[in-house]
Design a protein around this ligand. Structure first.
Ligand code: GDP
Ligand code: ZN
Length: 340
């Protein structure tokens, strides 16, 4: 059963049996293991010291199975990829919202919603996650000049494959087949209305997600997207769809930015002055490239903005990490200290 839900990492030597988290309901996790679907909760002692990352959808965990009850999650297996967001509130906290996916499909629709700056932001996040980004331009049937959209996306996303598709006509869907292999996990990034649900349904050949902004409403009158957050399509491919993806900000993404803006970074080392502010110094490679039409001024502005954002977050996060380390240490000391 669990083998249908991904490429399960080797957990020999760890206590418990391997399982994959397919949904999270507050402190209760829905998991799949060799026994099939069940529920589990964190084993407090294993997690409260703050060193073990809390599991999220897509995580592989090890579980102590309990007869007729919720299992106990003992350990989060190191992730091959993950997305994190800044948890709400003033304190900067990194919170994983999806883990262990192979491809990030970045969706942009070929109409007035098309936005290269947003594409760059998603791309930086995708590279940072550790998975492979794939650009998917949706609603191809609406585009008058498809080639122009494709060229712009290819320029903004060097190193990533770009596909044009229409969920309506089915055009271009075959191009996505290489990513839709059994046991591979996909996530989709894109703003609401971009055609994500329609695309997933077209790929699934079934209505697995509600489209057109109509969402299921749960018992408390809240809107929910899907019952299960890690879906298995009939083809065997796995799709993670979590509401958290919509709030995905830019936590620290310096590596992701490096890949997204490889062209810009290549220019940076070429200014005459090593501390060039790229404003009006002589011999500035950035200014020269912009003047020569080789670098889009908007792309440069986007790079600077995302860099600044990433740096701010990095500062805050490193302070936060330092703080959690101290808390963990304190907890360990407390445990060791004999009862007074
Ligand atoms: P989501 O919010 O990203 O999940 O977007 P939906 O899948 O719900 O689609 C938003 C709207 O775009 C709906 O009205 C869809 O019918 C429409 N739509 C989605 N895909 C296509 C497409 O390929 N072509 C056209 N013309 N419309 C589409
Ligand atoms: Zn310069």
């Amino acid at each position: 059963m669990i083998d249908d839900y991904g490429f399960v990492p080797d957990t020999t030597g760890l206590p418990g049996v391997p399982a994959r988290v397919i949904a999270q309901h507050k402190d209760r996790y829905e998991i799949v293991s060799r026994r099939g679907f069940s529920f589990a909760r964190l084993k407090a002692g294993a997690y409260y010291a703050g060193e073990e990352p809390f599991p999220t959808v897509g995580d592989y965990v090890t579980v102590k199975e309990i007869e007729n009850g919720d299992g106990q999650i003992l350990h989060t297996v190191p992730r091959s990829s993950f997305f994190a967001r800044r948890a709400s509130g003033t304190a900067v906290r990194e919170q994983a919202i999806a883990a262990n996916f192979d491809y990030v499909l970045i969706l942009q629709s070929m109409n007035q919603n098309y936005n290269l700056r947003r594409l760059e932001r998603y791309l930086a996040l995708a590279w940072q996650s550790g998975a492979i980004p794939v650009i998917v331009l949706t609603k191809a049937d609406l585009a008058e000049d498809r080639a122009a959209f494709l060229t712009q996306a290819e320029q903004a996303a060097p190193g990533a494959a770009v596909h044009a598709v229409s969920a309506q006509t089915g055009e271009g869907l075959d191009g996505l087949r290489p990513y839709l292999q059994p046991r591979r996990t996909l996530v989709f990034l894109g703003s609401s209305g971009v055609g994500k649900s329609s695309l997933v349904n077209a790929l699934a050949g079934a209505e697995v997600m509600a489209t057109g902004g109509i969402r299921e409403i749960d018992g408390k009158g809240r809107h929910t997207t899907t019952r299960r957050q890690l879906l298995r399509l009939d083809s065997g491919v796995l799709v993670i769809d979590t509401p958290g993806m919509r709030e995905l900000g830019m936590v620290e993404a310096s590596d992701g930015l490096e890949s997204t803006f490889a062209d810009v970074e290549a220019l940076l080392g070429r200014c005459r002055f090593s501390d060039c502010s790229h404003e009006r110094e002589p011999g500035c490679a950035i200014r020269a490239a912009i003047d020569a039409g080789e670098l889009d001024a908007a792309r440069w502005a986007s790079y600077q903005k995302l860099q600044a954002e990433s740096r701010d977050n990095e500062d805050l996060l490193s302070r936060k990490r330092e703080w959690s380390k101290n808390v963990a240490k304190l907890n360990r000391l407390r445990k060791k200290r004999p009862e007074a």
